[in-house]
Design a protein around this ligand. Structure first.
Ligand code: FES
Length: 237
């Protein structure tokens, strides 16, 4: 059986669609289909992939209108004999299915996605023990693989390219919810600016498409509540 891969390509100057007939086998993934094209039909096709097991987050593409991880999506699960495959939205396209993630990663950097401690002591490090309950409060949000699927469907990111976006705000919340972290003030400041949490329209599409079920929409709402309470406390005290 053959499935048509109809791919939206970009050569640096113009956009065009190109179709390839790909022989599929049971369990074959979309990524395997792309590799089949590259190895047998057109070596110039550009796409990004690394781990091939849903961990690195580099293979997100849009299939029949929905962002998915190419390595985790079985062709049969799309249930169509023709697949329209495009680069994910809200990112600049470099070539074919390869998009530019530099700005996306810069937004992560801005929210300081790492533990901040006042007692950093690399010579005599101390063990920071947590209860299972403490860990549970951030665990789901730590599963993000930064594939960009959430950002690609975000209406706020579509209208403002400087909006931090669901993935970066989730990364900030993951550390704010962590009992070991002492950098909350710095992060509140990073996420409360003009391009921060209050730009979210709560379309919640980000949670809908997240391949790791991280629930970025929930993280953004939690962040809004926390930062609002923080601001109120500051006024009262
Ligand atoms: S290739 Fe790593 S997540 Fe798909």
């Amino acid at each position: 059986m053959k499935v048509i891969f109809n791919i939206r390509r970009f050569d640096g100057e113009k956009d065009y669609w190109q179709s390839f007939a790909v022989p599929v086998f049971r369990g074959m993934t979309l990524l395997e289909g792309l590799f089949y094209i590259k190895e047998n039909l057109d070596g110039s096709l550009a796409f990004r992939a690394s781990c091939r097991m849903g961990v690195c987050g580099s293979c997100a593409v849009k299939v029949n209108g929905k962002p998915v991880l190419a390595c985790e999506t079985q062709i049969s699960s799309v249930n169509s004999s023709k697949l329209d495959i495009e680069p994910i939205d809200n990112f600049r396209v470099i070539k074919d299915l390869v998009t530019d993630f530099e700005g996306f990663f810069r937004k992560h950097e801005a929210v300081k996605p790492y533990l901040i401690r006042n007692d950093d002591n690399y010579e005599n490090p101390v063990e920071l023990i947590q209860t299972p309950k403490q860990m549970k409060s951030y665990y789901t949000f730590s599963l993000c693989i930064k594939c960009g699927a959430c950002y690609s469907v975000c209406p706020a990111a579509a209208t403002r390219s400087d909006y931090l976006g669901p993935a970066a705000i989730t990364a900030a919340w993951r550390f704010i919810a962590d009992s070991r972290d002492e950098g909350k003030e710095e992060r509140y400041e990073a996420v409360c600016g003009d391009n921060g949490v209050w730009r979210c329209h709560f379309a919640a599409e980000c949670s809908e498409v997240c391949p790791k079920k991280v629930e970025p929409a929930k993280a953004v709402q939690k962040m809004r509540i926390r930062t609002a309470l923080h601001a109120i406390k500051k006024v009262i005290l």
